[in-house]
Write a protein of this length. Structure first.
Length: 348
């Protein structure tokens, strides 16, 4: 479980020190304020530690392996022209510093690199152990429709897609979980399958289908909003989102109607209550309000992060309540529009 993230001169952030909630963490800000960058950075570190034992064949992390592995993952996830391009842009040579703090000190990781870095970072804090659970990253679009053949194509050709897509497709194709976790899985799946109106199945052909009343519907014929819920359902069914681990979800409300946004909000809270630490980036007032209403009845350890652009880069206000985020322009605009609409209705 991640406790803190300290960054200096990383992309749009000059200096930031984030303290996370055990259950749910929500990042709010306008487009371009770096919400996705924070999610991707934390994901990159966890994914490197989770994939490292298999890739390195080392019992514990070594400086030699990790400095190359972290650099490769940063390049794969962010797709910059070069590693040094992730350092905050300003004249001269500067150094980016990142430290990820975890509840279990064995996984704490720190590294840095400068604007001239190409294929390696320098390790400032070497973790003592590998993670045994892969994190999950859900991008703004659903991935079930591109799943067939995507992983093999990604690994054999240069594609303009972030590595998070490849990682998530690997998890979507994992076999269904069996054993002691099945009771927990069914409890989490129940509300999602009710919203979907059926179950998600992966056929031997590599195609996903929504099974309703004994009939299969090709997943690309299912509404996009339902496909997003279907991704979560599949990752629960395979055990990727069960018991422990981290879920990073970038704008879960994108392209969803209000009813489905409510379903997604409930799914996120249920997952965070079940032991999954959830990180969400959004700029939707509707989604944020829905989360607030759910949390009013179900108290969990939640942190809110408000991102705002300034002359020196993006600043972050954080706290246990939405009002701790400060004034967020995109939310203020939605509130102002609601006020104007009600005013016009009163006049008429």
């Amino acid at each position: 479980m991640i406790e803190t993230l300290q960054i200096k001169d990383f992309t749009a952030f000059a200096d930031a020190d984030l303290a996370f909630g055990q259950n749910l963490n929500i990042f709010v800000g306008e487009n371009g304020t770096g919400k996705s960058h924070l999610l991707k950075l934390a994901y990159t570190v966890l994914a490197t530690l989770a994939q490292g034992k298999r890739e390195s064949k080392e019992a514990t992390p070594s400086d030699t392996f990790l400095k190359g592995a972290l650099a490769r993952k940063l390049l794969g996830v962010f797709h910059p022209d070069g590693l040094g391009r992730l350092v905050k842009r300003r004249p001269g040579v500067h150094r980016c510093e990142v430290t990820l703090g975890t509840r279990d000190s064995a996984f704490k990781t720190g590294f840095y690199f400068n604007t001239k870095a190409k294929s390696e970072v320098s390790i400032s804090l070497l973790p003592a152990a590998w993670l045994d659970k892969l994190p999950v990253f859900l991008p703004t679009r659903e991935l079930l429709t591109i799943y067939p053949g995507f992983v093999s194509l990604y690994e054999s050709a240069i594609l303009p897609f972030e590595e998070t897509w490849r990682d998530t497709c690997v998890l979507l194709g994992a076999p269904l979980a069996r054993g002691p976790r099945e009771a927990t899985i069914q409890k989490l799946l129940g509300p999602l399958e009710e919203a979907l109106g059926g179950k998600i199945v992966l056929e031997a052909s590599g195609q996903f289908y929504l099974k309703r009343d004994g009939a299969n519907t090709e997943i690309h014929l299912v509404a996009e909003g339902l496909r997003k819920l279907a991704m979560v359902a599949r990752l629960i069914a395979t055990g990727s989102l069960v018991d422990k681990g981290c879920l990073f979800w970038d704008e879960p409300e994108a392209n969803l109607n209000p009813k489905l946004i409510k379903d997604v909000a409930r799914a996120i809270v249920h997952l965070s209550q079940s032991g999954i630490q959830v990180f969400v980036a959004t700029h939707s007032l509707f989604f944020l309000r829905e989360i607030e209403m759910i949390l009013a009845a179900d108290k969990i350890d939640t942190r809110f992060f408000g991102l705002q652009s300034s002359r020196n880069g993006v600043t972050i206000k954080q706290g246990a309540a939405p009002e701790d985020m400060g004034s967020i322009a995109v939310l203020d605009e939605e509130l102002e529009q609601s006020g104007r609409f009600l005013q016009d209705e009163t006049k008429s």
